[in-house]
Design a protein around this ligand. Structure first.
Ligand code: FAD
Length: 419
């Protein structure tokens, strides 16, 4: 039976009471060895496996995931996709990602529910408004869409923001990226998994990597909770556990692990039609297709690997939410959670070869790795297959800090908690 999803397979399966659907991906036993092992079954690891098979014909690939697919940050994030970066290296990379997002559902034959509803950043004083205009101009020089909205234009787009005379932070204008948006997070992991599996990739869940086999400066395989598995090449794509897993290979990375929380309210009728990042505090929000209001804010401010939220941050985010959107005060928060952020010293990612031959790392995603998923998989697959970076990730090298070529988008200096 064809595994392709279409209106015809939907109709055929409806007739048979939806009991005949093929499994989305297999659950094979691990083989003794693979040409390439990708550690981490989040969006990045699965996308890497998919593009290895599709773009480079490397199909003898296993993705090893210690838990379940997308159980890490992929399904814990607020799903904002944008390319509003000002440094050329970041702008080019994230814009390529948005372009891949635009065709992803068709590419994967899986609806990742990418919705280009746009993203607003509000400005509240002159210097901030000028900085937003500068950001937009920088983007336009890189052929990325960016618009400046006056206070009145913003009021028409997002009337529920606080435009009242008593507003604590009066809004002076806003930056808007119309092609930004959101996607369904776990569908991204499942879509890449299904498409990679269809090209022969083995996806192995409940298989934790516990060590590396390294001989003569070259990686030969990995130790796992399901026994040793040989490999010609190994790619690490474990987000919040990047420094921890790299340490098993003797590498000390310039990454700190921090917590980032998010939360959702009860669902309500559509009231917010775009993503909003509130400039008078670090607060960002959107409404999901189910009607819930998703909200996020700052890092917790201390290093941790705990994947759970805490009440002080809930209070802080809720306070910012009510300041920006007074009508949110009537909503009840339903759930909150946290993910582990792999924060680099400059806030930009690492997608690179390591000093160990055949070992590659994709990490340091900070707050922003979900939007990068397709481009990250694309260039990481290239880096692994060709043993050299794609031109889009040349700047995301591991040694850029030693060379003084940091990509400090925010200008915060070497303080991971501030990026
Ligand atoms: C609250 C929150 C909000 C966010 N909001 C946004 C946003 O709006 N937009 C955006 O672009 N980004 C956002 N991010 C960041 C984004 O979620 C991540 O950067 C991105 O999902 C990382 O994807 P990944 O595939 O690298 O990691 P993950 O999805 O974390 O996948 C890594 C996988 O590796 C596995 N793993 C770890 N160690 C091992 C091991 N030893 N052996 C085998 N497997 C292992 C883990 O179980 C995990 O499944 C947010 C993150 C959080 C937590």
């Amino acid at each position: 039976m064809s595994r392709r999803y279409s209106i015809f397979t939907l109709a055929r399966n409806a007739v048979s009471h939806h009991e005949g659907w093929a499994e989305a991906w297999r659950s094979p036993e691990p083989k003794r060895a693979y040409s390439v092992i990708v550690i981490g079954g989040g969006g990045h690891g699965l996308a890497t496996a998919y593009y290895l098979a599709k773009e480079h014909g490397v199909t003898d690939v296993a993705v090893l995931e210690k838990g379940w697919l997308g159980g890490g940050n992929t399904a814990r994030n607020t799903t904002h996709v944008r390319s509003d970066y000002i440094l050329d290296e970041n702008a080019r990379f994230y814009e390529q990602s948005v372009k891949l997002w635009e065709g992803l559902s068709q590419e994967l034959n899986y609806n990742v529910m990418f919705s280009q509803r746009g993203m607003v950043r509000t400005g509240h004083f002159d210097a901030q408004t000028q900085a937003l205009i500068r950001r937009g101009n920088g983007m336009r020089l890189n052929a990325i869409d960016a618009v400046f909205l006056s206070r009145e234009e913003l009021r028409r787009l997002v009337p529920i923001l606080d435009f009242s005379p008593q507003a604590r932070f009066p809004i002076t204008g806003a930056f808007f990226q119309p092609r930004a948006g959101i996607a369904r997070h776990d569908a991204v992991a499942w879509g890449f998994a299904r498409a990679a599996d269809a090209r022969g990739v083995d996806i192995i869940q409940n298989c934790e990597v516990t060590g590396f086999v390294i001989e003569g400066g070259r990686v030969r395989g990995v130790e796992t909770t399901r026994g040793p598995i040989g490999a010609g090449k190994v790619g690490i794509a474990v987000a919040g556990h990047t420094s921890h897993v790299a340490a098993m290979a003797g590498l000390r990375l310039r990454i700190e692990s921090h917590l980032l929380q998010a939360m959702v309210t009860e669902p309500v009728k559509p009231i917010l039609h775009t993503v909003v990042s509130f400039g008078a505090g670090h607060f960002y929000t959107n409404q999901t297709d189910k009607g819930e209001i998703v909200m996020g804010g700052d890092l917790d401010g201390y290093n941790s690997y705990a994947q759970r939220g805490n009440l002080p941050m809930v209070e802080r985010v809720a306070a910012a939410a009510v300041t920006a959107f007074p009508c949110f005060s009537r909503l009840r928060i339903m759930r909150h959670w946290a993910g582990v952020m792999d924060m680099t010293m400059d806030g930009s990612p690492i997608i690179a070869k390591t000093p160990i031959e055949g070992l590659y790392v994709d990490g340091g995603w900070c707050y922003g790795g979900f939007k990068a998923t397709p481009a990250s998989g694309f260039v990481f697959a290239h880096t692994i297959a060709q043993d050299r970076p794609h031109f889009l990730n040349e700047a995301f090298a591991l040694d850029r800090f030693e060379r003084g070529h940091a990509l400090d988008e925010r200008g915060a200096g070497p303080y991971p908690g501030l990026h």
